[in-house]
Write a protein that binds this ligand. Structure first.
Ligand code: S3P
Length: 416
C-alpha cells in the first residue's frame, strides 16, 4: 500500500527539551509553541516543575516562568529520557542545586561517566554508581572554567556542559571530532548569549548581557518524520509531503543518505525560525541502491539508523554501516535489536561490533518483533511490516509514546 498525503508532525523533541530547560533560566514568562508531545519531553517539564519552575498552557503555547528554582526533596525521575537526565545534570550542577536523578530500567543501564567526568572536572560535586544512574549532585565550593575535547560525538554531553557553563557563569570550550546536533548553541546564541563557533570548536563566554524572555516556535521533528519518509522511499507509488519540518544540517544526514541511495526528495519553502532552518519535505518512491555509511556520517543520522536499516532491505546491493558503536548505548542495544528483528523477517544481515551489513533487496516476512522497549525500534519495524503488506506483531508498542504518540494515527492517515 503506497504512502501518500500531506501532514505535519509534532515539534522536534531535541529542541523542545532545550526550549524548556533554557526558558527555566530566564525570569518572567517564556512562550514556547508546538512543543513536542513526547513522554520524554513531558519528563523534562515534570522535573522542572518539581524544582520550582511553574508552567501553564494557553492556546497552542506553553508558558514557562523561569528562575524560581528550589531544591528537590525527592529524586527527579527522568523516565526513559537520556536527554533529560544528561542536560538536567548539567543545568543543576551549574546552578549548584543538590539533587538525585533517576530513570527507568533502560535509562539506568546507559553510560553516565561521559557527563560525570567533565562536569566533575569543573568542580561540580557529581557522582553516579559505576558509571550508571542514579546521578547525585551535592553542593560544590567553586565551579571552574572548562576546556574539553570530546572523544564521543554526543550532543547530550556537549549540551550538558554548555548549560553548566551558562548556569555557573563559567567559560566553556568544547572540541568535537565530528559535529553533533547543534540546537543548544543555536538557541543560546539566538537569545543573546555569547557563543563562538570555529570549525568544530564551540565556546560559551560569560557576559553581563540581559537575556530577554523567549518566544520560540518549534519546527516539526525530522526524526519522527523519518519513519514516514523511509516508508515513502521504499513503497512504489508513494509520494508524501511533510510541512514545517526541521532541516538543520546536523539532522539532515538521513536525507543525504536517502538521496545517495537514489530516493526522490525535494525541499520546499526553506526558511529560518529562531535560528533553526525549517522547510517542507516532499519524498517519493524511486528505485534504491545500497550505500556505505561510515563514522563521520553517524552523528547526523544516529537516531535514524533503525529506519535506514529497514530502507536498506529494499535497496539493490549491500548497505554497510560502520563506526556506529554508539548505537549500542541508546534506549536499547540497537545493533542487536535491528539484527535480531531483521533476521526474524528473513533478511540477510550481519552484525559487526560497530555496525551492520544488510543485503537487499529482500522479501520481508511477517514476524513477531521484539521492541526491546525502544521506541525507534518499534516504529522502524512497524514500517517494515507495512512496506511488505504484512503487519508485524510488535511487543510493547506503547514505548513509541516516548518520542511520538501520534505515530499510529498519522500513519493511518497516509496509508492509501
Ligand atoms: C540527542 C542527542 C543524541 C540523540 C538523542 C537526542 C539530544 O544522543 O541520539 O536521541 O537531544 O541531544 P547523543 O548525545 O548520545 O549522541
Amino acid at each position: 500500500m503506497p504512502i501518500r498525503g500531506v501532514i505535519n508532525v509534532p515539534g522536534d523533541k531535541s529542541i523542545s527539551h532545550r526550549a524548556l530547560l533554557i526558558s527555566s533560566l530566564i525570569p518572567g514568562e517564556n512562550h514556547i509553541s508546538n512543543l513536542s508531545t513526547a513522554l520524554d519531553v513531558d519528563n523534562t517539564l515534570k522535573c522542572l516543575n518539581y524544582i520550582g519552575i511553574n508552567s501553564y498552557t494557553s492556546k497552542n503555547e506553553i508558558i514557562i516562568k523561569g528562575s524560581t528554582f528550589k531544591c528537590p526533596s525527592k529524586p527527579l525521575n527522568c523516565g526513559n529520557s537520556g536527554t533529560t537526565i544528561r542536560l538536567l545534570s548539567g543545568l543543576l550542577g551549574g546552578l549548584n542545586i543538590p539533587a538525585k536523578l533517576i530513570g527507568d530500567e533502560s535509562l539506568s543501564s546507559r553510560p553516565m561517566y561521559r557527563i560525570i567526568d567533565p562536569l566533575a572536572s569543573m568542580g561540580i560535586n557529581i557522582s553516579c554508581d559505576n558509571g550508571l544512574s542514579p546521578i547525585r549532585i551535592s553542593k560544590s565550593d567553586k565551579i571552574l572554567d572548562l576546556n574539553y575535547k570530546m572523544n564521543i560525538p554526543s550532543a547530550q554531553v556537549k549540551s550538558a556542559l554548555l548549560l553548566a557553563g551558562v548556569c555557573s557563569n563559567r567559560k566553556i570550550t568544547i572540541n568535537e571530532k565530528y559535529q553533533s546536533r547543534n540546537h543548544t548553541e543555536i538557541m543560546l546564541e539566538n537569545i543573546g548569549h555569547n557563543i563562538i563557533i570555529q570549525d568544530n570548536r564551540i565556546s560559551f563566554n560569560p557576559s553581563n548581557r540581559q537575556i530577554e524572555n523567549i518566544h520560540i516556535d518549534i519546527p516539526g521533528d525530522i526524526s519522527s518524520a523519518s519513519f514516514f519518509i523511509g516508508a515513502a522511499c521504499m513503497i512504489p507509488n508513494s509520494d508524501i509531503r511533510i510541512n514545517n519540518i526541521l532541516i538543520n544540517d546536523t539532522r539532515m544526514g538521513f536525507i543525504k543518505v536517502l538521496k545517495k541511495m537514489g530516493a526522490g526528495v525535494i525541499l520546499h519553502n526553506k526558511r529560518n525560525i529562531n535560528g533553526e532552518q525549517v522547510g517542507d519535505i516532499q519524498v517519493y518512491y524511486k528505485p534504491l541502491y545500497g550505500v556505505n555509511i561510515d563514522e563521520k556520517d553517524i552523528p547526523s543520522i544516529i537516531d535514524e539508523l533503525p529506519i535506514i536499516a529497514i530502507v536498506a532491505t529494499q535497496a539493490e546491493g549491500m548497505t554497510i554501516i560502520s563506526g556506529a558503536e554508539e548505537l549500542r548505548y541508546k534506549e536499547s542495544d540497537r545493533i542487536k535489536a535491528i539484527t535480531t528483528n531483521l533476521k526474524r523477517m528473513g533478511v540477510k544481515v550481519i552484525d559487526k561490533k560497530d555496525g551492520l551489513m544488510i543485503e537487499g533487496p529482500s522479501i520481508l516476512n511477517k514476524a513477531d518483533i521484539k521492541s526491546y522497549d525502544d521506541h525507534r525500534i518499534a516504529m522502524a519495524f512497524v514500517i517494515a511490516g507495512i512496506s511488505s503488506g504484512n503487519y508485524n506483531q510488535i511487543d510493547n508498542a506503547d514505548c513509541i509514546n516516548s518520542s511520538f504518540p501520534q505515530f499510529t494515527s498519522l500513519l493511518k492517515k497516509i496509508i492509501k
